[in-house]
Ligand binder design. Structure first.
Ligand code: ADP
Length: 233
């Protein structure tokens, strides 16, 4: 069984630790805040109230034997850096460090930490990329905090009915219309592609390759969906 230690149980560390544990990994969770240790107890294999810069305590708890350490102290560069140095010293080779700033990132890079996670920056980049992705044809912000987008359907939606897709219940997003092209034959016997719109889409309508969905929903939910579908596609 894979074994991890998560040091620092802020929002990030807490989520990583409990997710790893829920997915069957062995997880040691560490924080110097007693309240957080109490909060996570029972949701990981072991929770330890200690200072992460305490080399002796780290060794006694055999942190050097885990497959990877997730160092999730973003709000205190000094403690994060010192902990990283000690982790390397006791022989932890696989460290994933979460940072909250560029300076923090740079210092850990200089220390040779290879896996650095800067969540806000990475998510912002991902979102910007997906908004610029070729699958989003239109993006309109409404003053209500909602957005309307035209999205080329991702591959894995093809063949599904709107009911199966369940965007309203699963994502809080409504489908206003489906734009599609249909192949028609003119009186002269020529094949032509007609652009059509189904503006009353129903639960049984099936999504075809190349269809464009016109969607409306809260801006953050639309952004999440775009990010998800661009990853899947
Ligand atoms: P997030 O941004 O994910 O909420 P933070 O970087 O704010 O995370 O959280 C850092 C966590 O690290 C806090 O829970 C804090 O108690 C813990 N922490 C800070 N210093 C130490 C230390 N010396 N030893 C152990 N845990 C620490």
């Amino acid at each position: 069984m894979a074994k991890f230690a998560v040091i620092g149980l802020g929002k990030f560390g807490m989520n990583v630790a409990t997710n790893l544990y829920e997915n069957g990994a062995e997880v040691i969770a560490i924080d110097n805040n007693r309240k957080l240790i109490d909060e996570i107890s029972g949701r990981v294999s072991v929770s330890i109230h200690m200072n992460s810069t305490d080399e002796k305590a780290l060794k006694e708890n055999r942190i050097q034997d885990v497959d990877a350490v997730i160092l999730a102290i973003g709000n205190n560069i000094e403690v994060s850096v010192l902990t990283a140095v000690i982790l390397k010293k006791i022989g932890v080779s696989n460290i994933f460090a979460k940072v909250d700033s560029k300076v923090h990132e740079r210092i850990l890079e200089l220390l040779g930490i290879q896996n650095i996670i800067f969540p806000e920056e990475q998510i912002a980049k991902q979102l910007a990329n997906s908004l610029l992705s070729s699958s989003v044809l239109e993006y309109i912000d409404l003053s209500s905090g909602h957005s309307v987008v035209e999205l080329v359907v991702p591959e894995n939606w093809v063949g599904k009915s709107l009911q199966e897709l369940a965007l309203p219940s699963k994502k809080g997003i409504n489908i206003i219309a489906i734009k599609y092209t249909s192949l028609n034959v003119t009186e002269e016997g020529e094949n032509v592609l007609d652009k059509k719109i189904n503006d009353m889409p129903g639960a049984n309508d099936i999504i075809h390759e190349g269809d464009v969905l016109v969607l409306i929903g809260p801006k953050h939910k639309i952004n999440e969906l775009i990010a998800e579908t661009s990853r899947e596609g």
